[in-house]
Every structure is written in C-alpha cells, then in structure tokens.
Design a protein around this ligand. Structure first.
Ligand SMILES: CC(C)(COP(=O)(O)OP(=O)(O)OC[C@H]1O[C@@H](n2cnc3c(N)ncnc32)[C@H](O)[C@@H]1OP(=O)(O)O)[C@@H](O)C(=O)NCCC(=O)NCCS
Length: 169
C-alpha cells in the first residue's frame, strides 16, 4: 500500500467492514462522536457507530449535509473520509481516520486529494478542517495537501482553496 486509494460512498454493504476496521484498529474517539455507553467497543457503541454513518446516507444534500466515503487500499476497507457542508456557502469541512496498520504510508494524503476532487465536482470552493497541534498525522496530511494552517486557542484550523493548483506529489 503506497498511497493508492479508492473512495466509495459509505452504504449498507461496506458499513460492517468499516465497523470491523474501527473495532480492530481504532479508538472510538477517533472515529465517531462521544456517546453515553460503556467504555470501549461495547454493543451500544457499535450500534451508535452504525447509526452515525446511516444518518449521512443522504449525502451532502440529505438531512446530515454530509457525504462519507470508505477508503479502500488494495480493495480492502482501511478507513473513512467525509465532507460536511459548513455554514459558509461553497465550503465543506472534512475529517478522516485510518486503521492503525494503514497509517504512515501516504494513504491519508491520497484520500484527501481525492476528496478535494469530489468537493470541487460538487461545486465547492473551499475545504476546511480542524484538529489539535499535537495531532502530527493530521497536521502533516493537511500540509501535504496544500492547506493554509492557522493555530489559535489550542486548535489548528486548516483551509484549502480549491481554485489553487494542488501541490506536486
Ligand atoms: C491523520 C491520519 C489520517 C494521517 O494519515 P496517514 O496516511 O497516516 O498520513 P501519512 O502517511 O502522510 O503520515 C502522516 C504523519 O503520520 C506520522 N506517522 C508515521 N507513521 C505513523 C503510524 N504508524 N501511525 C501514526 N502516525 C504515523 C508521521 O509523523 C507522518 O508525518 P510525515 O510524513 O510528515 O513524517 C492517520 O494518522 C489517522 O487515521 N489518525 C487517527 C485519526 C485522526 O487523528 N484523524 C484526524 C482527525 S482531525
């Protein structure tokens, strides 16, 4: 796996494989919003993971205003990337995660580059993201994809203008 990925909309067919990767190779806090449930990948948290993803099946124009994609490498589900309409016209916010064994191989930047193409095709002008300064992986991916980064109040805010030419690979 050297940075070659394919994105597919999250649907009922790939939701269980995505959950399996999350359970085996990620922390709940990295892949879904907090829920009141016993710690770890309890039954209640797995069900909340399914519902969280199903709420976005309507895509950018659905009630969740979010399009989620599974990230596939060599045909295997390895993580998820999403875009969500922000309050600003022409702007989506992005977030992503990969299973631990898929990190550090350039798959994150490859997935984000594809998401930027999908966002542009959906008529967006800007993609934004928010992370924390200690998340070196996320900061590195955003920088590699040409984001302008601003740090304030313990957060890193990233902005990618889709009119700008992407940085060379
Ligand atoms: C953030 C994330 C998607 C990055 O994707 P990636 O494919 O690992 O990105 P890269 O391969 O370009 O590596 C990025 C950085 O991760 C670090 N890294 C290297 N190997 C790693 C590993 N095995 N595990 C974690 N990070 C690693 C390196 O510092 C690398 O930086 P560099 O290339 O500038 O030296 C991934 O680390 C992840 O899923 N993290 C958990 C969820 C998360 O934090 N999501 C972002 C929320 S804002």
């Amino acid at each position: 796996m050297t940075g070659a990925v394919r994105l597919e909309p999250v649907d009922e067919r790939n939701l269980e494989p995505l959950l399996s990767v999350a359970v085996a190779e990620a922390e709940p806090a990295d892949v879904m919003p907090p829920v009141a449930a016993p710690a770890g990948w309890s039954h209640a948290r797995r069900e909340a993971f399914r519902q969280f993803h199903r709420a976005s099946f309507g895509g950018l124009d659905g009630p969740g205003s979010t399009q989620m994609y599974v990230i596939l490498a060599s045909g295997e589900v390895v993580g998820m990337i999403r875009m969500t309409r922000s309050g600003e016209p022409g702007t989506v916010e992005t977030g992503m995660w990969l299973g631990r064994s898929a990190r550090g191989q350039g798959l994150g930047p490859a997935a984000l580059r594809q998401l930027l193409d999908f966002a542009a095709a959906a008529g967006m002008q800007r993609v934004v993201a928010e992370t924390t300064p200690d998340n070196r992986g996320a900061v590195s991916v955003l920088r590699k994809c040409g984001a302008e980064l601003r740090e304030a109040d313990g957060k890193v805010r990233a902005e990618i203008c889709l009119d700008d030419p992407p940085p060379a690979l």
